[in-house]
Design a protein around this ligand. Structure first.
Ligand code: NAP
Length: 492
């Protein structure tokens, strides 16, 4: 009897998930890797049972035990309902690095065939708009907080450079929207610029994310490693998968300090569920990343080679690939048939490409990942001043009426600096044609730039509190080491 050497949590998931997971498990077993698979639930079925997290306690306990999970896609209601169980899983285990390679594959025709597309998107995986902090500020104005921390940025940026070093890559491109979101995306960009000199052998560049989308469509082979914030990474990694044949070919790994979760980039593709037609390649390539992560490099190479041979020879092609090659979809290979062919090809080597033969985790599974460089003591040295407050007020009025009123309410220690509507200054009047949505940001500041105590801010809120519907949200205005912690309004 073979000794069990690895324990892995396996989550079949929703829609096509069970089919692609079955394919991956069969091939890993056939490759001779000894795994004790711990089957666990997450996603739609769990929501239906009334667990609002979508990830039951037993599943969490299993991942805590095994530290590695292979998961199928999980369904998320769009625009309503419970939070995404995918995002919950990534966040529960602080898998902060989402690594999404996009590499030209043999036998998969694309517009870029022959250009040598071979890039990795390293997406920050727990912060940004995916922090999931959302409110309706009024019945008609929604708000999602975009949280970007220096620590989160440093971790993912160092991860990207370490990955580049490990894989012998030459360039890391940071992709941000720092031109517009100067404090959140800007912090990511500034952190990138601070860290890049620690890796002098690797070229570092910064590009605005919209230009990255443009450059990816125009000349994707120019990219090597792209490091970016969560939402940017979510979008451009789907774009990148389109460059190499589509979602059927896009793998990913979510890495944290302790836990790693491997999954395809694609979702549950409900219309294909249960039909045995889905392309399992994305999850198979994710499984290759997983095998490298758990130290099964030889098996990873064998599995990757077998997938490449199968694609290269073209004897097995699932519907999505047949559509791209213009063949007869009726003749397409089933998911099971494709899996059988990969198993039959184990031990063979592709003629036109080499398997990557590199570990996907910087430093390999045993090496500790880069740690956060700031000591707690650093925060004690920062000079802080509270210079005022932004109070968001819901009121059916006009800025011309609200402005003078707020000036009188401001009191002796504060003055009304301005009012904005959705970020554009409307009081004092600028002549800009800004529509109103019954939500006004009123900025009160110390007239002399003095440090404003909480008692003054609370007094202001009490004076505003009598109004109906009234204040909805408050944001303190600070200076940190002499630098403002907030931006001006447009038109200010
Ligand atoms: P999707 O499930 O990725 O499917 C969109 C389309 O992509 C499919 O209809 C199919 O295109 C193609 N496709 C996806 N996977 C494929 C594969 N393995 N082989 C061949 N073609 C494939 O995206 P969605 O329809 O927007 O999302 C469905 C559900 O999945 C949602 O509930 C969403 O929240 C969830 N989701 C989960 C994850 C995750 O678990 N990580 C990720 C994304 C979305 P054709 O129609 O052209 O055949």
């Amino acid at each position: 009897m073979t000794a069990i050497s690895h324990r892995i949590t396996v989550i079949p998931g929703d829609g096509v998930g069970p089919e692609v997971v079955r394919s991956a498990v069969r091939i890993i077993d056939a490759a001779g890797v000894s795994v004790d698979w711990e089957y666990a639930e997450a996603g739609a079925e769990v929501f239906r049972k009334g667990d609002t997290s979508g990830v039951p306690a037993e599943t969490r306990a299993s991942i805590e035990r095994t530290k590695v999970a292979l998961k199928g896609p999980l369904e998320t209601p769009v625009g309503f309902g419970e939070k995404s169980a995918n995002v919950t899983l990534r966040k529960l285990f602080e898998t902060y690095a989402n690594v999404r390679p996009a590499r030209e594959l043999p036998g998969v025709p694309t517009r870029y065939a022959g250009e040598g597309v071979d890039l990795v998107i390293v997406r920050e995986n727990v912060e940004d708009l995916y922090a999931g902090i959302e409110h309706m500020q009024t019945p008609d104005v929604g708000q999602t907080l975009k949280i970007i921390s220096r620590k989160g940025s440093e971790k993912i940026i160092r991860y990207a450079f370490e990955l580049a070093q490990r894989e012998g890559r030459r360039k890391v491109s940071a992709a941000t929207k720092a031109n517009i979101m100067k404090l959140s995306e800007g912090l990511f960009k500034r952190t990138f610029e601070q860290i890049a000199p620690d890796y002098p052998e690797i070229e570092a560049e910064h590009l605005i994310i919209d230009n990255v989308a443009h450059q990816l469509a125009k000349n994707p082979a120019q990219f090597d490693v792209i490091v970016t914030t969560n939402l940017n990474g979510d979008i451009i990694s789907d774009l990148a998968s389109g460059l190499v044949g589509g979602l059927g070919f896009a793998p990913s790994g979510n890495y944290g300090d302790d836990v790693a979760i491997f999954e395809a980039v694609h979702g549950s593709a409900p219309k294909h569920a249960g039909k045995d037609v889905i392309n399992p390649t994305a999850l198979l390539l994710s499984s290759v990343m997983m095998l490298r992560h758990i130290g099964e490099a030889d098996a990873a190479d064998r599995m990757e080679d077998a997938i490449l041979v199968t694609l290269e020879e073209g004897k097995a092609a699932t519907q999505d690939l047949v559509r791209q090659t213009g063949g007869d979809v009726e003749q397409a290979t089933s998911t099971t048939g494709f899996t059988d062919m990969v198993i039959a090809n184990l031990g063979r080597h592709p003629a036109t490409v080499a398997a990557r033969h590199r570990t996907q985790r910087p430093g390999g599974p045993a090496a500790p990942l880069p740690r956060w460089s700031y000591e707690a003591a650093h925060y004690a040295t920062i000079d802080r001043t509270t210079v005022g407050v932004d109070v968001f007020i819901e009121e059916d009025t006009t800025s011309a009426v609200l402005g003078p009123l707020m000036e009188t309410i401001a009191g002796p220690d504060l003055v009304l600096e301005m009012i904005s509507s959705r970020g554009t200054m409307v009081y004092p009047a600028t002549g800009l044609a800004s529509d109103d949505v019954r939500l006004w940001r009123c900025r009160f500041v110390s007239p002399v730039g003095a440090d404003v105590p909480d008692s003054v801010l609370l007094g202001l809120l009490e004076r505003i509190a009598g109004r109906h519907p009234g204040w909805t949200h408050v944001e303190k205005l600070h200076f940190f080491d002499g630098e403002p912690s907030y931006t001006k309004a447009q038109g200010q």
